[in-house]
Write a protein that binds this ligand. Structure first.
Ligand code: PLP
Ligand code: COI
Length: 357
């Protein structure tokens, strides 16, 4: 797609956060955003990078009523030599289009999406933090626009990318998380929208997360929506279990987000000589494997969370303590390799990294 991207510079840039150890996640937005508009019959038009700021949305816009919305999350990293790079941006652009297909939204050329990400990061160069564990988080988003209350796909859309200088997703960084296995609420069912990165999946998960938080848990592990038996994923992460020294994870069969970190971790693990299994895992199997000492580690994988070790899994009041409350050796090894590649400290034999400068 050969659409020119205009740049309208922000004449009033914001001061950048000084303390990189206190960035948290998704709070410090940069000075510019990318935006492109879609109109039925015309296609995508008016691509530009403009000052970051509020959007003018009609109160009757379908995104506000029917949640016709999708998003992505990826990161740009600063290398030790000061240069910048992104991790697998084309994967996010392709997944954006898969989500678009499920939500009856128009696709946007993946190469064009990546070009827009690259131009935006180049312009916001000064916002990319330096400290280990920090990055510039990019949030590509597509929303239905226009003004019509009928329930049907919109005729106008906005695709935009915002960026936030970010640190750790969880307040306690790499400290192992406590997870409640949810058996009442469900996140997604086969045939539903679980595999799409659409806002409604996340708002639907808030109540279970809030109830779990009241009981002292950091996250909820969702079970399949049909039998309430097989583990699926956590709010913002896929889950990997180490059983008998093998990496075992739920298959991405339609109700789970096909995570890019998950895919990268499984590839790294295989290349390190581990056996990888993608298959249904019941809660019963997890407890049995834990009791017999065969379940040694559990960790979540995600762009925002990176690798997040699990210290405790709870189901019906029964608790499973893992890795003595520390990150397990396999999770640590994979974390070191993955973040090493992402930050340009390790060789990238896979071609995952896209250099910007
Ligand atoms: N599952 C859900 C529900 C998510 O929101 C995310 C985050 O993007 C993931 C899994 C992990 O996906 P990825 O590794 O592509 O970030
Ligand atoms: C991500 O890991 O990029 C996510 O989108 C997780 C999230 C904050 C919803």
């Amino acid at each position: 797609m050969d659409l020119e991207i205009k740049i309208i510079r922000n004449e009033h840039p914001n001061p950048k956060p000084q303390d990189e150890s206190a960035l948290g996640f998704g709070k410090y937005f940069t000075d510019h955003m990318f935006i492109v508009e879609y109109t039925e019959g015309i296609g995508w038009h008016d691509a530009r990078i403009q000052p970051y700021g509020p959007l003018a949305i009609d109160p009757a816009s379908p995104v506000l009523h029917y949640s016709q919305e999708i998003f992505e999350g990826l990161k740009a990293y600063r290398r030790a030599d000061g240069g910048l790079q992104m991790f697998r941006p084309i994967e996010n652009a392709n997944r954006m289009n898969q989500s678009a297909e499920r939500m009856c939204m128009p696709p946007l050329d993946p190469e064009f999406q990546v070009k827009a990400m690259k131009m935006l990061v180049e312009l916001e160069e000064g916002w990319v933090p330096h400290m280990e564990g920090t990055s510039l988080y990019l949030r590509p988003t597509m929303i239905a626009d226009g003004a019509e209350l009928g329930v049907h796909p919109a005729k106008k859309y906005l695709y935009y990318i915002i960026c936030a200088a970010s640190g750790s997703y969880y307040k306690n960084g790499m400290a192992p998380v406590k997870i409640h296995i949810e058996d009442h609420y469900v996140r997604a069912v086969k045939g539903g929208t679980g595999a799409a990165k659409t806002g409604g999946n996340y708002s639907a998960s808030l109540k279970a997360a809030a109830e779990a938080a009241k009981k002292g848990f950091d996250q909820v592990l969702w079970l399949d929506g049909r039998e309430n038996k097989y583990v699926e994923e956590v709010g913002a992460m896929n889950m990997i279990f180490v059983m008998d020294g093998k990496l075992v994870t739920a298959p991405t069969g339609g109700s789970i987000l096909p995570g890019i970190t998950r895919k990268s971790v499984l590839q790294l693990a295989q290349d390190k000589g581990f056996t990888v299994e993608e298959r249904p895992i019941s809660v019963e199997e997890l407890f049995e494997a834990h009791e017999s000492g065969r379940l040694t580690e559990a960790f979540g994988t995600g762009t925002a969370a990176v690798i997040s070790p699990v210290g405790l899994l709870e189901y019906h009041g029964k608790e499973m303590h893992l890795s003595d409350g520390k990150i397990g050796p396999i999770a640590q090894d994979i974390y070191d390799t993955l973040t090493g590649i992402q930050r340009g400290e390790r060789e990238d034999p896979y071609g995952w990294v896209m250099k910007i400068s």
